[in-house]
Ligand binder design. Structure first.
Ligand SMILES: Cc1ncc(C[n+]2csc(CCOP(=O)(O)OP(=O)(O)O)c2C)c(N)n1
Ligand SMILES: CC(=O)[C@@H](O)[C@H](O)COP(=O)(O)O
Ligand SMILES: [Mg+2]
Length: 629
């Protein structure tokens, strides 16, 4: 059968073991082939093929609930639930989402993207089931990386206490995006190498066979054998002590073992944790042998050679960040780097290679990373937490309570600021200005290009007056000339890039080229519009703003961030506070909605964050000013 013809997971329930294995093989080939064109999270999905097939074979989705932690490994689930025919649109605008999506299928019962939420969601669903008196199973699939996140521990603690019936499948492939880290990883390592499950199973089987009177019968009776699975329980392990029945370790690519264990878990009262051992990238050599995390999530690649298709281009912002940090750290021993499981994405791995003792990968623990940076700052270090804008959302209270309140010298290198594209709603880095701007003591900088980034990072590392964030986008710079010597930039002073008298655009970062395009077109219409690089988002350039108001120049703000609470709002607040109630202000930015997945230029067009809108808005704005004059 073609995978595209599979409409309902119930269709595989009548499959023989051989057919289930063939199905798994077909799914692997499908993933390798389709993702070579679209890109996507290949490694994580190749690792859960048998697991997902077994889950859909044994449980009844959507009645039974599957919750996929992070959700980047839900492609197989999508294939089995009637969406194989949409894979050519994967992560494209209006196409199949790369994560579970409730409006995409009734089988997607919980949306994810950020890690470590699955156990809490599962507990919520199981509690609701028990209150309603229904009987569905609730199954959370969480990776060893996601298990390092604080939320997962909070949920384990609560579930173990409540003794709620639910199944946690711990998919242990020893990898986060990069190799997994932490003491828990060592705990899992000890369980992994204990090999208890297989040995216990073999022992039980041979033991039963040796019982003369009933032995043969027992061993051949599957139901009875399943009961003997209770011997797999290893007393005293970490999860047992938290109140879970621990089953494992189980070979996650062995269909028989998987089926036996899942059947047993389904019958077991109280919370069960199945410790599954899998291989990330299973079935595709380049992905299996990937120690760096390249095949975790990637763009198109060549199947035969395993070559990842890359376009030559200017250096990436992350790369410039890392290079600058290394250069600065050579001269300043106080500088330390922190990542929350994103050494590759943030390029902090390069810093770690130079300064292994000054680099901390804390696991998926943004809250801990933030507060730990604060602790370091109190002791005179210069911590730099390199973190994606979207993931720093996790550290909000720590920013408010620990960092800003104590006015600690921590540098936040906020990567993936702005729209990120294919990952979509859960990953767009559009809220950080709004969640940072209102915090007392916080400074926020945003470079217009990679050269300004290196100078800004230098400035931030020289700054000793409290927390400072430098935010920059995903992807490459423009190939601008790089200063040989770093320059210290004046904080709170903006840069006029283009003179003009009829109107003024205040903008920063990725929106500067948009402003430039618009202003050029407007010049042809006889309008003279100023462009200001408002690179110091907080503090703003008070003098410049007041001068604009005095000159009665209409102002347009453009930002690739949420309008609510964003930079434009700050400009409005400024004029309000200073009593300039007559200034005409238009704001362009991300509207009050979640922005879905797709190519960034396409998304920007969709929300009108482009030169066309700037032109039409300015044409409206400027005559209004002229009329008043
Ligand atoms: C809060 C948060 N921080 C960081 C990430 C980035 N991230 C996505 S997947 C991943 C690794 C997950 O590892 P694991 O759970 O073991 O899954 P695997 O990819 O190994 O299957 C990380 C760090 C995220 N999604 N959410
Ligand atoms: C699922 C997840 O959170 C990461 O894998 C993310 O997709 C990485 O994004 P970048 O490609 O921007 O590093
Ligand atoms: Mg993992």
């Amino acid at each position: 059968m073609r995978l595209e013809d599979l409409q309902d997971p119930a269709e595989i329930k009548g499959y023989s073991k051989k057919e289930l294995l063939e199905l798994s093989k077909d799914i692997r080939s499908f993933l390798i082939e389709r993702l070579s064109v679209t890109g996507g999270h290949l490694g994580p999905n190749l690792g859960v093929v048998e697991l997902t097939v077994a889950l859909h074979y044994l449980f009844d989705s959507p009645k039974d609930k599957f919750i996929w932690d992070v959700g980047h490994q839900a492609y197989v689930h999508k294939i089995l639930t009637g969406r194989a025919n949409q894979f050519d649109t994967l992560r494209k605008f209006k196409g199949l989402c790369g994560f579970p999506k409730r409006n995409e299928s009734e089988h997607d019962v919980w949306e994810t993207g950020h890690s470590s939420t699955s156990l809490s969601a599962a507990m919520g669903m199981a509690a609701a089931r028990d209150i309603k008196g229904t009987d569905e199973s609730v199954v959370a699939v969480i990776g060893d990386g996601a298990l390092t996140g604080g939320m997962a521990f909070e949920a384990l603690n609560h579930i173990g206490h409540e003794q709620t019936d639910l199944i946690v499948i711990l998919n242990d492939n020893e990898m986060s995006i990069a190799p997994n880290v932490g003491a828990l990883h060592s705990v899992l390592g000890r369980l992994r190498t204990a090999g208890k499950y297989n040995r216990a199973k073999d022992e039980i089987e041979s033991f039963i066979k040796k019982i003369p009177a009933v032995g043969g019968k027992l061993a051949s009776t599957a139901e009875k054998f399943k009961d003997s699975m209770k011997y797999m329980v290893i007393p005293g392990v970490f999860f047992e002590e938290l109140g879970f029945t621990y089953l494992g370790p189980v070979d996650g690519h062995d269909m028989d073992d998987l089926m036996d264990t899942l059947k047993y878990a389904k019958k077991t009262k109280g919370p069960v944790l199945i410790h599954l051992l899998t291989k990330k990238g299973k079935g595709y050599e380049p992905a299996e042998n990937d120690a760096k995390g390249t095949w975790h999530g990637l763009g198109p690649y060549k199947i035969e050679s395993g070559e990842v298709v890359t376009k030559p281009g200017p250096p990436s912002y992350s790369g410039v960040f890392a290079k600058t940090l290394i250069k600065k750290a050579k001269a300043d021993k106080r500088i330390v780097g922190i990542t929350a499981a994103m050494p590759g994405g943030t390029k902090l791995d390069a810093f770690g290679a130079e300064f292994p003792d000054r680099m901390f990968d804390v696991g998926i623990a943004e809250q801990h990373a933030t507060t730990m940076a604060g602790g370091m700052a109190t002791q005179g270090l210069k911590p730099v937490f390199a973190v994606y804008s979207t993931f720093l959302q996790r550290g909000y209270d720590q920013l408010v309570h620990d960092i800003c309140r104590q006015n600690l010298n921590v540098v936040f290198a906020i990567d993936r600021a702005g729209l990120v594209g294919a990952d979509g709603e859960t990953h767009q880095g559009v809220f950080d200005i709004a969640y940072l701007r209102h915090l007392p003591n916080m400074t926020i900088l945003n470079p217009k290009d990679e050269n300004e980034l290196q100078n800004m990072l230098h400035t931030a590392l020289e700054y000793n007056d409290g927390p400072i964030a430098v935010r920059y986008p995903r992807g490459n710079g423009y190939g601008v000339e790089m200063d040989e010597e770093f320059k210290t930039l004046p904080i709170g002073k903006w840069e006029t890039l283009h003179e003009g008298t009829d109107g003024c655009i205040l903008t920063f970062g990725t929106m500067i080229p948009v402003a430039e395009e618009a202003v050029k077109a407007l010049e042809a219409e006889g309008l003279s519009v100023r462009i200001v690089n408002a690179n110091s988002v907080k503090p703003m350039d008070v003098e410049l703003l007041n001068k604009l108001a005095e000159e009665k120049i209409p102002v347009m703000t453009i930002e690739e961030t949420a309008l609510q609470g964003g930079f434009g709002s700050a400009v409005l607040e400024h004029f309000n506070v200073y009593g300039y109630h007559e200034v005409e202000v238009r704001r362009l930015g991300i509207p009050d909605e979640y922005i879905e997945h797709g190519d960034v230029p396409k998304l920007l067009d969709e929300i009108g964050l482009n030169a066309e809108t700037v032109i039409s808005q300015l044409l409206e704005l400027v005559p209004a000013k002229q009329k008043r004059a």
